[in-house]
Design a protein around this ligand. Structure first.
Ligand code: MBD
Ligand code: FE
Length: 270
């Protein structure tokens, strides 16, 4: 792309980085338009689609589905602790504070199988961490997030779990369902127009934090589930896929799924 400096003033280093990145992005879009011989009708359609992405509020969805994984993978090289992955668009702050052994807020008769999720937070040397918090959020068994789906009560399946002095937690929730990008918005229309899969595999979202340590942003997925190999958000890593085992210790009691996962955190940069 041809660009001009403003007058004869040399660019500052910050301007230079914007110039190089934004200029490169614009130039690559030009190249795609040329390579695919874009028509004027297609240009008008693309323009209208982009306007609708904004009007519908789907920019966070679009960016986190198609772009966040790239910057997340670039950020990985600075860390030695547990694998992370993208945050996605559905985190909400200010949820219920919960003790180390707890049930996430849920409806009476919350649909889905019961899931017990336990483990420990440690540093990279294996030392248990005091004061660790798991900020957890996930979709219900039908793939719907509280705070974003009007059929799910606020705060459902979200909580800040305060671990024991040795970083332990034991959380009862339900197994989430896979998530489908909404069909009625511009992202869904693009997916349908291109013939792509609109699904993310079922997952739990977590921020794992402790004083003096880098907060880990991650997700856990379930072995043998659908869409692990074609996540539309490209956010699955093999280290994040956990096994579920069925437990039902007493005759006549309802059984549940169990998974265990230990998190290791990197020290904060001092
Ligand atoms: C999700 O639930 C999600 O986690 C991401 C990354 C994108 C869209 C929906
Ligand atoms: Fe999600």
């Amino acid at each position: 792309m041809t660009t001009q400096t403003v007058g004869a003033t040399p660019r500052t280093p910050a301007q230079q980085r914007v110039h190089e990145f934004a200029g490169d992005v614009i130039g690559r879009i030009h190249a795609a338009m040329v390579e695919h011989d874009m028509t004027y009708a297609e240009y008008e359609q693309a323009k209208q689609w982009l306007i609708e992405v904004g009007e519908s509020g789907e920019w966070p969805l679009l960016l986190d589905v198609w772009f966040e994984h790239v910057v997340e993978q670039l950020s990985e090289k600075d860390r030695a602790g547990s694998k992370g992955t993208i945050q996605g668009p559905y985190y909400l702050p200010g949820v219920a504070d919960l003790p180390w052994q707890c049930a996430l807020p849920q409806r009476d008769n919350e649909p889905g199988d019961v899931l017990r999720f336990s483990g420990q937070v440690r540093d990279v040397d294996g030392l248990p961490l005091a004061g660790a918090v798991l900020d957890l959020w996930h979709a219900d068994s039908l793939g719907r997030y509280s705070g974003f789906d009007p059929d799910v009560p606020d705060g459902n399946l979200r909580g800040r779990v305060h671990t024991t002095g040795e970083g332990r937690f034991d959380i009862r929730t339900v197994v989430p369902g896979p998530y489908e990008i909404p069909k009625d918005g511009p992202c869904g229309r693009l997916i349908a127009a291109a013939g792509w899969s609109a699904w993310r595999p079922a997952h739990l979202h977590l921020f794992v934090s402790a004083p003096g340590y880098q907060t880990l942003t991650t997700q856990l997925y379930f072995a043998d589930e659908h869409y692990l190999d074609n996540d539309i958000a490209s956010a699955v890593k093999p280290e994040l896929v956990v096994d579920l085992t069925m437990e039902s210790p007493e005759e006549g009691t309802r059984s549940w799924w169990r998974t265990e996962y230990d998190f290791t955190l990197d020290r904060a940069a001092s």
